[in-house]
Design a protein around this ligand. Structure first.
Ligand SMILES: Cc1cc2nc3c(=O)[nH]c(=O)nc-3n(C[C@H](O)[C@H](O)[C@H](O)COP(=O)(O)OP(=O)(O)OC[C@H]3O[C@@H](n4cnc5c(N)ncnc54)[C@H](O)[C@@H]3O)c2cc1C
Length: 245
């Protein structure tokens, strides 16, 4: 099977999509671009997409020939879902037979990691800390905000690597996948591996002292400030509001 000229197949840049998409593009004899965060547009037979390199420090604009179609993996969270009323397309269900896997791999079992003392996947609000928290003692600052909000504290991988929090609190591609309603990212740069663990397009509040941090590109609300100063103030405000209510 081949794609019609100009066709774009969009695949989520997640475990399954990353596995599937390159082989699919070969089968379809189509171009392939991975981990795309934006689509610039199509001009003639050229599609231009945007990728991020070096942990989001550099954006590259990739132009590819789509005369025989293209398979693109899209970074989760890169696009906000449209209201259904604004979408004209229809969903078509296609069933297919999956034959015997020939790639030298077979499914053995699903191993569910232990939840730890707090199961971050169960919370509607997460206060998530990154390397910007700077040291273990400062985790308490985030915990106080979480307590005031009825939230749990989660974290990025460097926080676990530094042994400031348990592995069960890590959000991301090698940690947990969470689906809160509100995600407060504190001192987190916004790497793809971290964002890959946040599902369901939560309301994302980012607090970072670097105004150019990539997390601001996906945040609904961005605060440029030092979390060590901002979080205690926010906690006091939340407590005040709770007292008044
Ligand atoms: C195979 C693989 C799997 C991975 N899996 C995961 C994963 O599951 N989860 C994960 O999180 N990462 C994962 N990573 C690591 C990932 O690539 C990033 O390195 C990591 O997410 C960065 O964490 P961070 O944002 O906390 O740290 P950094 O990228 O160092 O960002 C720290 C941020 O804090 C800000 N900051 C510093 N001080 C302050 C302050 N006082 N106030 C406010 N802001 C401040 C800085 O401006 C910066 O933006 C993985 C990497 C690989 C290669």
């Amino acid at each position: 099977m081949l794609l019609a000229p100009g066709s774009i197949v969009l695949v989520p840049h997640e475990h399954f999509g990353i596995d599937l998409a390159p082989g699919l593009s070969i089968k379809l004899n189509a171009a392939f671009v991975s981990d795309v965060v934006a689509i610039d547009g199509v001009e003639g037979s050229d599609l231009t997409v945007v990728r991020q390199e070096f942990g989001g420090q550099v954006s590259t604009h990739v132009r590819c020939d789509v005369s025989s179609g293209v398979v693109v993996t899209i970074r989760p969270g890169a696009f906000k879902p449209l209201e259904s009323a604004a979408v004209n397309g229809a969903v078509v269900d296609k069933s297919t037979e999956v034959g015997v896997l020939t790639a030298g791999r077979r499914y053995l079992e699903t191993v569910v990691a232990e939840a730890g003392d707090v199961d971050i996947t169960k919370y509607n609000v997460l206060v998530s800390i990154g390397r910007g928290i700077q040291e273990k003692d400062n985790v308490a600052i985030a915990q106080e905000l979480a307590d005031a909000l009825g939230a749990a504290v989660s974290c990025s991988r460097p926080v676990v690597d530094a042994k400031w929090m348990e592995k069960s609190r890590q959000v991301g591609s090698s940690g947990k996948t969470v689906k809160p309603k509100v995600y407060v990212a504190c001192g987190i740069s916004g790497s793809f591996q971290h964002l890959a663990g946040i599902k369901g397009s939560p309301f994302l509040i980012a607090i970072n002292k670097n105004a150019k941090a990539p997390i601001f590109q996906v945040a609904d609300v961005g605060v440029v400030d030092d979390i060590l100063e901002f979080l205690p103030e926010l906690t006091n405000k939340v407590r005040e509001m709770r007292r008044v209510a």
